[in-house]
Design a protein around this ligand. Structure first.
Ligand SMILES: [Zn+2]
Length: 250
C-alpha cells in the first residue's frame, strides 16, 4: 500500500461520511415541511371553530329578534283590544297579560344586547385571528421555499460528492477498496482511524507497538485487534483527522 493509496482511502472515507451526513439532512426535510403545514392547519382550524361559534351566535340572535317582534305584535294587539273589553275584570286581566309580555320583551332586549356585545367581541377576535393566520401563511410559504432551496443545495452537494467519490474510488486498487468498504459498512462509515498516543482512534484501545510499526511502514491494511478498523498514523498528530464515533465498538 503506497502513501497515496492511504491518502485516497482516508479521503474516500471523508467523502462517504459527508454523503451519509447529506443523506440524513435530505431525509429530514419532508418532516420539516410537514411541521410547517401542521402549524398552519392548526391555526386554520382554530379560526374555523371561532367562525362557527360566531355564526351560531348570530343565528341565535336572529331567533331572539323574531321572538321580540312576536311579543311586540302581541302587545300592540292586546293594547288595541283594550277599548273593546266589556268588564273591568276582563280589562284587568288583559292589562296583566300586557305586563307579562312587556316583561318578556325586556328579557329579550337584555339577551339580544348581551349577544350583540358577545358578537362584537368575537368578531374582533376573529379579525385578529385572520391577521395572525395571514402572517402564518406567509411564514409557512417562506419556510417551505427556504427548505426547497436548502434541499436543492443539499442535492447539488450530494451529486458533486458522488462524482468525487467515484473518481477517488476508481484510483484505489480493489484489493484495498473492497476490505475498506466492508469495514465501513460495519462501522457506520468509519473504517480508517488514526492512531494517536498509541490508542486506536475508533475504540480507544491500546495498539501494540509492533502493530504501530507495521502501520508506519504502511504494510497493507493493518486492522486494530479490538475493533477491526484499519489504522493509520497521521503525518502530523495535531492535524485534523476523521472523527471517531467514540468507544461504541466491541
Ligand atoms: Zn480499535
Amino acid at each position: 500500500m503506497t502513501a497515496d493509496d492511504l491518502k485516497r482511502l482516508v479521503h474516500l472515507q471523508e467523502i462517504m461520511l459527508g454523503q451519509d451526513d447529506l443523506a440524513n439532512k435530505i431525509a429530514a426535510v419532508p418532516a420539516e415541511v410537514a411541521r410547517f403545514e401542521k402549524d398552519l392547519l392548526a391555526a386554520q382550524e382554530t379560526m374555523e371553530k371561532e367562525r362557527a361559534v360566531l355564526l351560531e351566535l348570530q343565528k341565535d340572535r336572529r331567533k331572539l329578534e323574531m321572538m321580540l317582534q312576536d311579543v311586540e305584535a302581541k302587545i300592540a294587539k292586546y293594547q288595541g283590544q283594550l277599548s273593546d273589553v266589556k268588564t273591568n275584570k276582563e280589562y284587568q286581566a288583559m292589562l296583566k297579560e300586557i305586563d307579562n309580555f312587556r316583561a318578556e320583551r325586556a328579557g329579550l332586549d337584555e339577551r339580544i344586547l348581551v349577544e350583540m356585545e358577545e358578537g362584537d367581541r368575537r368578531g374582533g377576535q376573529i379579525r385578529a385571528l385572520e391577521e395572525a393566520l395571514a402572517r402564518k401563511r406567509r411564514l409557512t410559504d417562506e419556510g417551505k421555499s427556504r427548505l426547497e432551496a436548502d434541499l436543492s443545495e443539499l442535492r447539488r452537494k450530494a451529486d458533486s460528492l458522488e462524482t468525487e467519490r467515484r473518481e477517488i474510488a476508481a484510483g484505489i486498487p480493489p484489493v484495498l477498496l473492497e476490505p475498506f468498504l466492508k469495514i465501513a459498512r460495519q462501522r457506520k462509515g468509519l473504517a480508517f482511524v488514526a492512531v494517536r498516543d498509541e490508542l486506536c482512534g475508533g475504540c480507544h484501545v491500546r495498539v501494540m507497538p509492533k502493530l504501530i510499526q507495521q502501520v508506519r511502514r504502511a504494510e497493507g491494511l493493518i486492522a486494530c485487534d479490538s475493533c477491526k478498523r484499519f489504522l493509520y498514523v497521521p503525518d502530523d498528530a495535531g492535524r485534523a483527522a476523521p472523527e471517531s464515533e467514540g468507544s461504541s465498538a466491541r
